[in-house]
Design a protein around this ligand. Structure first.
Ligand code: G1P
Length: 287
C-alpha cells in the first residue's frame, strides 16, 4: 500500500531554545533564509507525500502564515520585477496539501500524533519530526518507504548516538537481519546510559501502520509525564513487527543549540554565494 499522508508534529514548546521560542515556533528558526520546517515539508513532498498534517498549537500561527499565500507581497515583488524571489515564494505556497490540527495541551509527542487519527484513517503513514533535518538526495522518508514496501510493517529511522546523548533518545534493542536493518525487540525512551539496550537512537522519521493509534490511546504518560511515542511503539511490538533502519544521510538536530549552529554552518558552506567568504571568516576566527 502506498504512503500518501504524513504527520509533522510541531506543537512542542521548544523549551531548549527559550527565550526566542517564547514568541516564535522552534520549527520556524531560520537555516539561512528558510525555516527548519520547510526542509521537513520538502522532504515529505520529495518522497511522494501529497497530504501533510502539521500538528500545531498555541503560539504556532507563524507556521500557518508561512505556508499561506501573501498576495500583497507577491504583487509588490511582481511590480518590482523580482521574479526569482517571487518564484521562490510561490513554491512555498503552491503545494495544496498542507492541513493543520491543533494540540490543545502539550501532552507529548505521542498525543500530538494521535490528534491526526481522523485525518489519517486506516492507512499507513509517515511521521517527520518538525525540528530534524535529514540531508540526502534520496530522502530519508523515501528510504523508509522502500523498507515498508518490502515488509509491509512499521519502520523507524535510527542512528548510533554518542554515550552522553543516549539519555536524549528513544533507544532500540534489535536483531540485525540485514546490513543496516534491525528487527526491533524493544525500545526505551531516554534511558540512563546504564539501562540503554544499545547505542542506536530513533531519530525523527517513522512509518507506521494505523494500529499505532490504538497503541497511542492505550499509552499512559511516561517520561516527563507525557504520552510518549516510544511507549506506544512498545505496545505495537506486542502484535506487529517494527523495523529499525540505519538511514543514509546526515541528520541535523536543529532543536539543540549546537546542532542548530552546525546546521547553519554546513548549509552555508554548501551555498555558492556564501561558501568562499564564510570559509575565510572561519579560518580567520580559528587562527
Ligand atoms: C523525541 C522522541 C525520541 C526520539 C527523538 C528524536 O524526543 O521522544 O524517542 O529519539 O525525538 O529526535 P524529543 O527530542 O522530542 O525529546
Amino acid at each position: 500500500m502506498e504512503i500518501r499522508k504524513a504527520v509533522i508534529p510541531a506543537a512542542g514548546l521548544g523549551t531548549r531554545f527559550l527565550p526566542v521560542t517564547k514568541s516564535m515556533p522552534k520549527e520556524m528558526l531560520p537555516i539561512i533564509d528558510k525555516p527548519v520546517i520547510q526542509y521537513v515539508v520538502e522532504e515529505a513532498i520529495d518522497a511522494g507525500i501529497d497530504d501533510i498534517i502539521i500538528i500545531s498549537g498555541r503560539g504556532k500561527r507563524a507556521i500557518e502564515d508561512y505556508f499561506d499565500a501573501a498576495p500583497e507581497l507577491e504583487m509588490r515583488l511582481s511590480y518590482q520585477h523580482k521574479e526569482e524571489t517571487l518564484s521562490r515564494l510561490k513554491k512555498i505556497t503552491d503545494f495544496p496539501g498542507i492541513h493543520y490540527i491543533r494540540q490543545k495541551e502539550p501532552r507529548g509527542l505521542g498525543d500530538a500524533i494521535l490528534r491526526a487519527e481522523k485525518h489519517i484513517g486506516n492507512e499507513p503513514f509517515a511521521v517527520l519530526l518538525g525540528d530534524d533535518i535529514i540531508a540526502n538526495s534520496y530522502s530519508c522518508t523515501g528510504q523508509l518507504m522502500s523498507i515498508f514496501s518490502r515488509f509491509n510493517a512499521s519502520v523507524i529511522s535510527i542512528e548510533p548516538v554518542p554515550p552522553e546523548k543516549v539519555s536524549s533518545y528513544g533507544i532500540i534493542k534489535g536483531k540485525a537481519i540485514e546490513p543496516d536493518l534491525f528487527a526491533i525487540e524493544d525500545i526505551i525512551e531516554k534511558p540512563a546510559i546504564s539501562l540503554a539496550p544499545s547505542n542506536l537512537g530513533a531519530v525523527g522519521r517513522y512509518i507506521f501502520v494505523p494500529e499505532i493509534f490504538d497503541c497511542l490511546k492505550n499509552t499512559s504518560p511516561g517520561v516527563g509525564n507525557e504520552i510518549q511515542l516510544t511507549d506506544a511503539i512498545r505496545l505495537l511490538l506486542k502484535e506487529h513487527p517494527v523495523y529499525g533502519y540505519k538511514f543514509k544521510g546526515k541528520r541535523y538536530d536543529t532543536g539543540d543549540k549546537l546542532g542548530y549552529i552546525e546546521t547553519i554552518i554546513d548549509y552555508a558552506l554548501q551555498d555558492p554565494q556564501l561558501q568562499e567568504n564564510l570559509k575565510k571568516f572561519l579560518v580567520d576566527r580559528l587562527n
